[in-house]
Design a binder for this molecule. Structure first.
Ligand code: XIL
Length: 373
């Protein structure tokens, strides 16, 4: 068989693998890329339209809030699994994989973890509570979730400072991270264990992340992957940094994921995603829809992002959007209340130009089916 006919045979095989619409573009997001496609969700109580969209387009879901420490153990030893159990069985019934989020974070974490009477808890007490939380929660979902974001946002955003000054740090110290991963692996040897953070694509944050990765690896701590959250803003997507980060984390032998993707179109002061940050309410600039020119720019920037993801699809295992459609995005509330349009489907569940742009990114050699030369 000549080179040319091998090429066309492989192309035909490839096309038969993915559903295509009349124009030849893939008909769904999940058919279009070699990696898993996820959406964050708060509960299985969604409309029929939302459910149809979810099942047609996505392979994975991430619980947006219901598995955070505050939701699962609001007071010591009183575990509340109702919402998260409902969400997990919804996922199981519908063939979606669950990427659980998150065992340890400084936000959405009740203060009792760090208190002892009126005093700060000792290292031993805080460690015991941390291990107990992880052991109980991870055991509860064992076999039902694919992965855990074990530690979320532990790296400092302050220039020159390595780890964030949180109560986990002040009560336990730097090794709370290693201890958390060990406890999670012990409770579920099959779940993949990730470190997840925002702005770690930028050079200084990336260096800190590499330092953490190497520290953990040197101690044989079980770490399987790095989640780059991906809360970006229109006209400020740091493509070069993102590419460098994907390459650098993958070179450490880890899976790389984009875990909380959205593209904010309403100006805000803060970059990244410090969920504790609030801004004085700006104007609700686009209450009745986004100008077509901005929809076009957003589509263009989503296209550039997915071209990059396509180029590195041998390194990226999943891309998860932080919400199913514009109406379900946290960016309608954070860092101040406004009507936002950060995702691929509108609040009316109709596809936006950004979806068409993402689906139109041509398959490349990195799909791994075509000869590489
Ligand atoms: C956000 C949720 O989307 C909001 O509903 C909640 O009020 C605050 O948390 N980084 C993370 C996520 O890791 O857990 C955050 O989710 C967004 C920033």
């Amino acid at each position: 068989m000549g080179h040319h006919s091998i090429h066309s045979t492989v192309c035909a095989a490839l096309l038969s693998l993915i559903a295509v619409d009349a124009l030849g573009a893939p008909a769904s997001l999940k058919a279009a890329y070699g990696f898993a496609i996820g959406a964050a969700m708060n509960s299985p109580q969604i409309s029929q339209g939302e459910k149809a969209l979810l099942l047609a387009q996505f392979t994975n879901l991430t619980p947006e809030n219901c598995m955070k420490p505050k939701a699962l153990q609001p007071t010591e030893a009183k575990f509340t699994f109702e919402t998260s159990d409902a969400l997990v069985s919804f996922a199981q019934q519908n063939g979606l994989k669950v990427n659980a989020h998150t065992l340890l974070w400084h936000e959405a974490c009740p203060d009792w973890f760090f208190q002892d009477g009126g005093h700060p808890a000792s290292r031993e007490l805080a460690l015991k509570r941390m291990r107990n939380h992880i052991q109980t929660v991870v055991t509860h979902f064992r076999g039902k979730v694919t992965s855990w974001d074990v530690v979320n946002e532990a790296i400092s955003q302050t220039p020159g400072e390595y780890l964030r000054k949180t109560k986990w740090m002040s009560c336990i110290g730097e090794d709370f991270i290693a201890e958390a991963f060990r406890a999670a692996r012990e409770a579920d040897p099959a779940a993949e264990l990730y470190y997840n953070d925002y702005s770690i694509e930028y050079r200084e944050q990336r260096e800190k992340t590499l330092r953490l990765i190497r520290y953990l690896k040197a101690r044989n701590v079980p770490l399987d992957g790095i989640g780059i959250q991906g809360h970006w803003q229109l006209d400020q997507v740091p493509l070069t940094s993102i590419e460098e980060a994907i390459i650098a984390f993958h070179a450490e032998g880890l899976k790389v994921m984009i875990t909380e993707l959205d593209l904010d179109v309403v100006p805000r002061k803060i970059t990244g995603a410090n969920a504790g940050h609030k801004e004085s309410a700006g104007a609700d600039r686009y209450p009745n829809g986004l100008p077509p020119e901005m929809l076009r720019r957003q589509a263009e920037q989503y296209r550039a992002l997915f071209e990059l993801f396509r180029k590195h699809s041998d390194k990226i295992s999943r891309v998860t959007f932080w919400g199913l459609h514009d109406g379900a995005s946290w960016l309608n509330h954070w860092p101040y209340k406004r009507t936002n349009y950060p995702l691929l489907w509108g609040r009316d569940l109709q596809p936006k130009p950004a979806l068409q742009a993402v689906l139109a990114v041509p398959p490349s050699r990195s799909l791994d089916l075509l000869p590489k030369n």
